[in-house]
Design a protein around this ligand. Sequence first.
Ligand SMILES: C[S@@+](CC[C@H](N)C(=O)[O-])C[C@H]1O[C@@H](n2cnc3c(N)ncnc32)[C@H](O)[C@@H]1O
Length: 198
Amino acid sequence: MGFFDWAAPLIRRYGDRFGAEDAVTIAGWLRAAVEPGGHVLDVGGGAGQLAALLADTLTAHVTVLDPTAAMLSHVPTRPRITAVSGSAEDIPLPDSAFDAIVVTDAFHHFRDQDAAVREFARVVRPGGAVLVLDLDPRPLAMRVIALAERLVGEPAAFMTPEQMCTFMASRGIPGECTPEAGASYRFLGRVEKDLTAA
Ligand SMILES: C[S@@+](CC[C@H](N)C(=O)[O-])C[C@H]1O[C@@H](n2cnc3c(N)ncnc32)[C@H](O)[C@@H]1O
């Protein structure tokens, strides 16, 4: 049993930190790529709190992808929200099906980030957006958090903003990394080419 299977009763509440203001901010970052009626994929979306807020704020369809049944079972059952069981590394959804991907506090949990980003480039339409909110591992507090995550069997594969931007750009998703509160930062990029076309 993995960390999120046994920790889900606690971790699923973590998504409650998102409020209407956050949704307006995040929707603002995505709006250039997501028109009303568009499609967003929340990878590692957990219990779907952000998905529900974004579905309302963007008037979009939001799919929550997560491998942990105990998280996914709490995704709200409502129009324009879909819960799909699966991993970032092997997304069980069609090519170019989404206008944007969001990944909040989940990217460092992916065991094969290379495969995950290849999947992002496949399922997002050319020109679509990829938004990753994650944590810079350099501050001391973050080093302690990374150690704690490794102790419970998680990869804690945190990237600095510079590493994230380089990693994404070299895989066809150039973008910018911008500091957020505390150790958080956001990566916002555009899928430049269809990597599946080769
Ligand atoms: C800390 S929670 C964050 C949940 C939500 N995105 C949020 O910000 O509240 C991390 C989530 O990533 C999911 N996860 C872990 N490994 C994953 C993978 N390989 N692919 C997709 N999701 C994964 C976990 O099941 C968990 O729901």
